[in-house]
Design a protein. Structure first.
Length: 124
């Protein structure tokens, strides 16, 4: 989620589908790597807001587990991860039950060590 926020390129640049090492890899492990990259760049994930767009299957009962899994991958508290489900009421490929889509945004804050470094160097 934070890969765009740290200007690290898109998912295809970081983890190309053409690279055999990513065949069948868990998206949670990719998320963990991106969160690590944010940390290496001096940032922490403040919070995440995700929307899963699907008319089927019903997702409400799975949302708490999704929040725990995302929070675990990013090594942050589950209270800082929001996951919501949205139906398209029959419209588009999700409405025809041909697939699922998702959108997510995250807020980043300078990591504790980055804040100190920035203060020492009078960053703006």
């Amino acid at each position: 989620m934070p890969r765009g926020a740290i200007a690290a390129g898109d998912i295809g640049q970081l983890f190309p589908a053409s690279d055999p090492q990513y065949a069948g890899v868990s998206s949670l492990s990719l998320l963990a790597r991106v969160a690590q990259m944010a940390g290496e760049a001096g940032w922490e994930v403040e919070n995440v807001d995700a929307v899963v767009i699907a008319d089927a299957p019903p997702l409400a009962q799975h949302i708490p587990a999704m929040q725990r899994a995302l929070a675990g991958a990013m090594q942050m508290g589950v209270a800082r991860v929001s996951v919501k489900a949205k139906r398209t009421e029959g419209m588009g490929f999700t409405g025809r039950k041909e697939g699922i889509a998702s959108l997510a945004v995250c807020a980043l804050r300078p990591a504790q060590s980055a804040e100190k470094t920035c203060e020492e160097n009078r960053c703006s």
